[in-house]
Ligand binder design. Structure first.
Ligand code: HEC
Ligand code: HEC
Ligand code: HEC
Ligand code: HEC
Ligand code: HEC
Ligand code: HEC
Ligand code: HEC
Ligand code: HEC
Length: 374
């Protein structure tokens, strides 16, 4: 250990010397060039890489864990930051040569939890957004597995997080693999992953990425129909897939939705026991309605209702309109009964009004025809 330190110190001394020479030479060599920043950065970075491109360079932390100090120069140069010509010291602003300031971390995770704060220098927006997130709360509560910037973006090899778009969901897969496995089989996830479909939701459309909230709160449950409705009431979008956009209106017109949308939203502290979209359709496992695995497929529907209507019998779902307005195709009996009333009521009321109008006219005429007066 002692010997290793001495060797590194010796190397450090040589590097600092090389550094001073490089710094005095490189700017002159580049003077007047149109892009002088990147080559200069490269020359500076090469000084760090003189030690850190060594695959075997490691340090032992107090916990006994080994931290690798290797940085892959080619992968760094291919990253978003490498392409911008960033210097190592742009992020590592506390390091200007060797020896470095001492490491304060006890173990490898501790090291990451201290270092990710470096990102704030450049990305204060995203940094602030994460403050109230469910992940930050987990972290504050002592769950060290909750993600920080570098878990999702890496520290040195950051590439565009949304290219291809499926990558957004794959970022979450690392820690939420059971949910990802359900999602990739769902109508939304399979379209994203297998067909690069841009219309379906990634994890982000329902949860966010930096400001992820707790999805099991009453507020989230009550506003969840709006998350689905954002796409499912978009006529242009749904026309492509021949999917009805009447699903929200019919939901709100139905007893479950009427209660949730018109009454319970006014007092969002009360939990709702009425069905929201995902109670019937599933969450991460939503399927096409004619898929036998769908929770709303004919044969499975009774079981879905029985979650909350334990006494429901097979004709229970059949007596329910689902998302349909009654029509000659769907629920014809109800349609014709409705139609009957639609005709009967105006005819009855119209007849009555006509009767009253005629009666008044008769009386006025009678009075006008009465002879004499004052
Ligand atoms: C002479 C070799 C050498 C050079 C040059 C060098 N490092 Fe290091 N670096 C080390 C060694 C050895 C460690 C292990 C911890 C220690 O000894 O301080 C280390 C640790 C680190 C760490 C880990 C934690 C910390 O904060 O100490 C970072 C980050 C780091 N170096 C960045 C850089 C950057 C950036 C440069 C260029 C500006 C650079 N290093 C130049 C040898 C070097
Ligand atoms: C975009 C900001 C950024 C740039 C640019 C950057 N680093 Fe880092 N570096 C970090 C962060 C963040 C960590 C902490 C990673 C972790 O959690 O382990 C880190 C960690 C390190 C470590 C400790 C070992 C490790 O990988 O965790 C070394 C060594 C290091 N950097 C060297 C370099 C060198 C050499 C360069 C330039 C080629 C460089 N860094 C450029 C942000 C950066
Ligand atoms: C749970 C994973 C995760 C964490 C943690 C995370 N990000 Fe992101 N970040 C993403 C994903 C996924 C995207 C792509 C979002 C998109 O394009 O719609 C992204 C996008 C970005 C972007 C591109 C611009 C933007 O806002 O879309 C920046 C910059 C960024 N993140 C910085 C950060 C910083 C800084 C932190 C730490 C404070 C952080 N991220 C933490 C997953 C994460
Ligand atoms: C590095 C690991 C990691 C990554 C990556 C990650 N998460 Fe998490 N996430 C966690 C941990 C740990 C929890 C705490 C609860 C648990 O253990 O499941 C959590 C909790 C959650 C919760 C529930 C919050 C709650 O209060 O119960 C949601 C929602 C969530 N994550 C969504 C995402 C999404 C979306 C992504 C991708 C953009 C993502 N996570 C990426 C580790 C991660
Ligand atoms: C169509 C919207 C939607 C999409 C897409 C979606 N979720 Fe969710 N997610 C929800 C809803 C709604 C809940 C709340 C479920 C509940 O009440 O238990 C939830 C709950 C969660 C939870 C916490 C509860 C649990 O089951 O552990 C995590 C973690 C989570 N989602 C992660 C993800 C990840 C990762 C992805 C992408 C692979 C994703 N979600 C995609 C809507 C969605
Ligand atoms: C009480 C259960 C229930 C609730 C709540 C519910 N649905 Fe449905 N949904 C169904 C059933 C059952 C079907 C299938 C009807 C059929 O077989 O023709 C369906 C069909 C659909 C379809 C397919 C329509 C088509 O044209 O093929 C979509 C999309 C849909 N629902 C979205 C939603 C959305 C969005 C919500 C919330 C606003 C919601 N559902 C609430 C039970 C429900
Ligand atoms: C970002 C837009 C978006 C969001 C948010 C979204 N969906 Fe979808 N959904 C789609 C698209 C697009 C399709 C058609 C995909 C295909 O067929 O390839 C679809 C398909 C469906 C289907 C299958 C309909 C059929 O063809 O049988 C159901 C059911 C469904 N979604 C329900 C929901 C529910 C419930 C929610 C909320 C929890 C939701 N969706 C949120 C875009 C969205
Ligand atoms: C998440 C729970 C939940 C699910 C799933 C659910 N319901 Fe309900 N439903 C309720 C609640 C709660 C009421 C209000 C009961 C009351 O006020 O007595 C209700 C009321 C009803 C009513 C009004 C008549 C009555 O019994 O009060 C009908 C009809 C109904 N649901 C049909 C269905 C059908 C059909 C399904 C399956 C496709 C279904 N529900 C799924 C929770 C649910």
């Amino acid at each position: 250990m002692q010997l290793h330190k001495l060797r590194v110190l010796g190397l450090g001394f040589a590097m600092v010397l090389a550094w001073l020479i490089a710094l005095s030479v490189v700017p002159i060599a580049n003077a007047g060039g149109p892009n002088d920043a990147p080559p200069l950065a490269q020359a500076e970075n090469d000084l760090c890489l003189a030690c850190h491109s060594n695959r075997n360079l490691t340090v032992k932390l107090p916990s006994g864990e080994t931290l690798s100090l290797f940085t892959d120069a080619a992968a760094f140069n291919a990253s978003v930051h490498g392409k911008q010509g960033q210097r190592c010291t742009a992020c590592h602003s506390n390091i200007s040569g060797y020896p470095h300031p001492p490491i304060a971390a006890r173990d490898v995770r501790d090291f990451s939890l201290q270092m990710y704060t470096l990102c704030r220098q450049f990305h204060d927006d995203q940094y602030q957004k994460t403050f109230d997130s469910a992940h930050a709360k987990e972290l504050a509560a002592g769950n060290r597995n909750a993600p920080v910037c570098t878990d999702c973006h890496t520290s040195h090899y950051t590439t565009k997080p949304n290219q291809p778009r499926a990558r957004i969901s794959q970022t979450c897969q690392k820690c939420h693999s059971a949910i990802y496995d359900q999602y990739k089989e769902s109508i939304h996830g399979s379209a994203l992953i297998n067909e690069a479909n841009r219309d379906v939701p990634t994890c982000e459309e329902c949860h966010g990425v930096h400001n992820i909230g707790d999805p099991r709160t009453t507020q989230y449950r009550l506003k969840s129909p709006e998350i689905c409705a954002r796409c499912h009431t978009d006529k242009n979008l749904m026309k492509k897939y021949n999917i009805s956009t009447n699903v929200l209106n019919s939901y709100v017109a139905d007893f479950h939705g009427t209660t949730v949308e018109l009454f319970e939203k006014q007092s969002p502290d009360h939990a709702t026991n009425k069905a929201v979209c995902y109670d019937c359709h599933g969450i991460h496992n939503i399927k096409k309605i004619d898929d036998p695995k769908s929770t709303v497929f004919r044969e499975n529907l009774l079981k879905t209702c029985q979650q909350c209507h334990p006494d429901a019998t097979p004709n229970f779902p059949a007596s329910w309109l689902s998302h349909y307005d009654a029509s000659p195709d769907h629920f014809p009996a109800m349609y014709y009964v409705n139609l009957f009333y639609v005709i009967l009521i105006p005819v009855t009321i119209g007849g009555m009004l006509a009767y009253i109008a005629l009666d008044i006219a008769r009386r006025v005429l009678n009075r006008a025809q009465k002879p004499g007066g004052s």
